[in-house]
Design a protein around this ligand. Structure first.
Ligand code: PLP
Length: 425
């Protein structure tokens, strides 16, 4: 695509953008009455205007129906999650029965490992990406110790080659093959939080299954950002948070995917709770756990309805926008424009002041670009913040910038570039 580094050109792109109107469905933070440039949807998505409405509806139900709200009203709380399953499924390429909103991400990863990490004498190793999000590292380490094993002997981390920033698929696949005799589980990110690399989930899953391992993904940075086909790719399980690209409130409810091929497998361990019990007989309060069929059978506690309402408000917008494929189409262009603008800044400076470590192939990334400044990275970042440009800083030295197709504009990206140019120190 042809790009130009000027405001009129950015404006023209916004005017031609069929999704531009969705910006008006979000609350953009203001400072001194002026909208900030928010490029941090990778960390916390902005609040949809309808979130308050959806939550208020449930506050009204609570007020008027009280405990009867579980079974009465327009959308009884007992079945509220079922409406969401239908809305969540297309976002990750799943059947509605394969997804469910519950708990939070780290909790769900633990629950999934209870089911899908069953080490024995022969197969006990776990492959994950080096530099995974810290919570994921702690989860895997503590699960390994819980089984009485030594993390140093069990966890295989795959790292970039010397002098490279991201992983090569061929290296991931080679490592899976190398460890296949002892491999029990692959637990990878869909998109790495630090580099923004979108991994080849289909090939990783195929290779993992060939090695006789289960394959699960943490989709914190992929869900609501890129389309996926979890069902068709035959992924065993996946979990994601909904407060990043899914705009569903800080610490909002998490989503879980469990492939339907595992629904009838009684060999799988699971930590059970009453909300995973067969719906028809749940309130008989009988002894002996009988799971509800599908991902719902992994639920533990009764539904956190207010959090679900916040999530639903956002899911409805994804549907209105014509689905994740539509948003992705814009996202590819928006991030390509950001990449172009960064190259322009470097060109004017006469050197590669800002190195992009995210893959340049759009198929290997989502919305986010991760940038390393040649010098004074943190000072430059602080200067941007002072001028009301919000990205985020990740130790040791990366600035993450994520233009989100729902509410960011090409103008945002252009303005980011011109402020960045003036912030070089
Ligand atoms: C954001 C993020 C988390 C956060 O986990 P919570 O349980 O929601 O706090 C975990 N893993 C990854 C990869 C993330 O990007």
């Amino acid at each position: 695509m042809h790009f130009e580094n000027n405001l009129a050109f950015a404006h023209a792109l916004d005017q031609a953008d069929p999704l531009n109107k969705f910006r008006n469905d979000f609350l953009i933070p203001k400072i001194d009455g002026k909208e900030i440039i928010y490029l941090c949807g990778n960390s916390l998505g902005l609040q949809p205007k309808n979130t308050r409405l959806f939550i208020n509806e449930q506050l009204d139900n609570w007020e008027n129906l009280a405990v009867e709200g579980w079974f009465e009203g327009d959308s009884p709380w007992m079945f509220y999650h079922k409406e969401m399953q239908k809305l969540m499924a297309p976002l990750v390429g799943a059947l509605p029965s394969e997804v469910v909103p519950m708990n939070n991400l780290s909790v769900n990863l633990h629950l999934m490992m209870v089911s899908f990490y069953r080490p024995d004498q022969k197969k006990f190793k776990i492959i994950m990406e080096g530099g995974a999000f810290p919570s994921d590292q702690y989860i895997v380490e503590s699960q390994v110790r819980f089984h009485g094993l030594n993390p140093d002997k069990v966890i295989i981390e795959i790292n970039p080659r010397m002098g490279e920033e991201t992983l090569r698929t061929e290296d991931i696949l080679a490592s899976i093959e190398e460890h296949s005799n002892e491999l029990a589980l692959i637990m990878f990110a869909g998109i790495n939080y630090y580099t923004g690399q979108f991994f080849d989930m289909k090939s990783i899953t195929e290779a993992g299954h060939k090695a006789g391992a289960y394959v699960g993904f943490d989709l914190a940075h992929a869900a609501g950002n890129v389309p996926m086909s979890l069902h068709d790719w035959n992924v065993d399980f996946a979990c994601w948070c909904t407060y990043k690209y899914m705009n569903s409130s800080p610490g909002g409810i998490s989503g879980v995917f469990i492939h339907e091929k595992h629904f009838e497998n009684n060999e799988l361990n699971r930590f059970a709770g009453w909300w995973g019990y067969d719906e028809k007989t749940r309130f008989k309060m009988a002894k002996g756990f009988i799971p509800q069929a599908g991902a719902e059978g992994w639920q533990l506690s009764c539904s956190p309805v207010l959090m679900m309402a916040a999530h639903k408000a956002s899911l409805v917008l994804f549907e209105e926008a014509g689905g994740i494929e539509n948003l992705r189409q814009k996202s590819i262009n928006l991030t390509a424009y950001l990449e172009f603008i960064l190259h322009e800044v470097n060109k004017k400076a006469g050197s590669e002041l800002f190195k992009i470590i995210t893959p340049s192939n759009y198929k290997e990334r989502g919305a986010q670009l991760s940038i390393i400044a040649a010098k004074n990275g943190k000072q430059i970042f602080d200067k941007l913040v002072n001028q009301n440009i919000i990205g985020d800083w990740r130790e040791p030295n990366v600035i993450r910038i994520s233009p989100v197709p729902f509410y960011n504009t090409f103008e945002d990206v252009y303005k980011f570039g011109s402020v960045l140019e003036n912030s070089i120190i």
